[in-house]
Design a protein around this ligand. Structure first.
Ligand SMILES: N[C@@H](CCC(=O)N[C@@H](CS)C(=O)NCC(=O)O)C(=O)O
Length: 213
């Protein structure tokens, strides 16, 4: 298998975490996402894409569910339909509600060219989403309880950006006044695969900030 990957991408990291958890042998390639060659593979021009030995699978969540079905051990989904629904709600919350306002801030990093109104709006939206996440998380453990699941794989890479990028906009630390979020964030970073994925994001971010690739 081959993953079209970018180490800095939170969505690619979301799928890399699943690959690491399951110990899968996957070749990592970094494409030019706007090239005609890549657009033939993924017409959306988004990263990640999985080439599952000839079957092309788009979208991080679909890739993760595919890997879970194809390689069920170790399991990253609980057994009961009810518990599985809870994991899916968390992943959907991440993809549809928490991540988009954060992504809208990426082009606003430079204070000189920043749209202050847009930044204020998005910071407000992110704060609301983090408050909601704080209510949705359990009192302790991983995102959906004692076991590490696909929900943690979705949330942890984006929380890396929340922690590392929001201070540049003058936002207070995300975990301040959000005890469940603080507990989860501390706990999920004890997971070796999460440490590996976030370290790769950190290295890629540092390289980008140095002006490299
Ligand atoms: N819904 C997609 C989102 C993927 C996504 O937005 N990836 C970003 C990198 S983090 C990307 O490819 N951006 C390039 C672009 O939008 O042109 C998924 O879950 O895979």
């Amino acid at each position: 298998m081959k993953l079209y990957n970018m180490n800095l991408s939170n969505f690619a990291t979301k799928s890399r975490l699943v690959i690491y958890e399951k110990g899968l042998n996957v070749e990592m390639v970094t494409p030019d996402s706007h090239s005609p060659e890549y657009l033939k593979i993924n017409p959306l021009g988004k990263i990640p894409t999985l080439d599952a030995d000839g079957t092309i699978i788009l979208e991080s969540e679909v890739i993760n569910e595919y890997l879970e079905e194809k390689y069920p051990t170790p399991a990253l989904m609980p057994k009961s339909p009810e518990a599985r629904a809870k994991v899916r709600v968390m992943s959907r919350f991440h993809d549809l509600y928490l991540e988009p306002p954060l992504r809208a801030l990426f082009p606003q990093m430079n204070p000189k060219t920043r749209d202050e109104k847009l930044v204020a709006d998005k910071l407000g939206e992110i704060a609301t989403r983090l408050d909601q996440l704080d209510k949705m998380l359990p009192e302790s453990g991983f995102a959906c309880g004692a076991d590490f699941t696909l929900a943690d794989c979705a949330l942890a890479p984006t929380m890396f950006f929340v922690s590392n990028l929001l201070p540049a906009f003058g936002a207070k630390p995300a975990v301040e006044g959000r005890p469940r979020l603080a507990g989860w964030w501390k706990h999920v970073q004890t997971r070796p695969t999460v440490q590996k994925g976030l370290a790769e994001m950190g290295e890629a971010l540092a390289a980008m900030q140095r002006g490299g690739r």
